[in-house]
Design a protein. Structure first.
Length: 243
């Protein structure tokens, strides 16, 4: 893989030094910009010359999540912050990872592996999605390279929207295809439920949930505010055992 051009946006001098050392120690990361405030970093981030930005959430002048939202076509994002209460909100801008300070090197490396997978996935040629028009859909095919792969509906854990394409996460693998979440939702039927503008979950695979998080095989998926009532009425009331 080519070098990952990285920008560091951190206003705390101590953590600027720590994160700079972590980035410079990684053979596949190229640190090409360090900034202490979002406004200073804005011109650099709008050039499209960066693959990755590592940044905090809390700055004196703005919120890091809102700042990234304001940028058209931002690079991949990894948040490194003191408070984990922002983790779910980071899904709104499809952050690759969310690290809580103090960050050790092993956790940092895990985040960079996720970045690499995301970059590799986006670099692949588009995947064709072939869906049968039958009412009882049991499987469909995706084309990757020169091969068509079968995806069984019952194996799909969840589907995630990533701008102009979707990721179909199954028990064993992930398929990426140019399609909308609305399209795949219309094909999968009532075995799946939209719980967030970016997530469609396989109801049979839900392991646990709270008021704002669904857990599926270790994946934490957010429940968006506009989907809470539907989730409660169509899933919780039907499946939670009460006296």
């Amino acid at each position: 893989m080519a070098t990952i051009r990285t920008l560091l946006l951190e206003d705390e001098p101590h953590w600027q030094i720590v994160l700079r050392r972590m980035i410079e120690a990684h053979p596949e990361l190229e640190l090409t910009g360090i900034f202490g405030s979002p406004m200073e970093a804005l011109p650099a981030l709008t050039t499209g010359e960066y693959d990755l930005v590592l940044l905090d959430v809390e700055f004196a002048e703005t919120n890091g999540i809102d700042f990234i939202k304001s940028i058209k076509n931002p690079p991949l994002v990894v948040f490194v912050t003191t408070h984990d209460r922002f983790a779910l909100k980071s899904y709104e801008i499809d952050a690759v990872d969310f690290l809580v300070k103090p960050v050790d090197m092993s956790r940092f490396l895990q985040a960079i592996e996720k970045v690499k997978r995301r970059l590799e996935s986006s670099a692949k040629p588009p995947v064709d999605l072939i869906v049968s028009e039958t009412s009882e859909l049991e499987f469909f095919f995706v084309k990757e390279q020169n091969e068509y792969s079968k995806v069984k509906i019952d194996d799909i854990l969840f589907v995630r929207s990533l701008e102009n394409y979707i990721q179909i996460i199954t028990k064993d693998t992930t398929h990426t295809t140019l399609a909308s979440l609305n399209f795949i939702e219309s094909k999968l039927g009532n075995r799946f439920m939209r719980t967030h503008r970016s997530f469609l979950v396989g109801l049979r695979h839900i392991d646990s949930f709270t008021n704002d998080i669904i857990i599926i095989q270790g994946h934490e998926l957010p429940i968006g505010g506009q989907y809470v009532e539907q989730f409660k009425s169509e899933f919780v009331l039907r499946n939670v055992l009460k006296r």
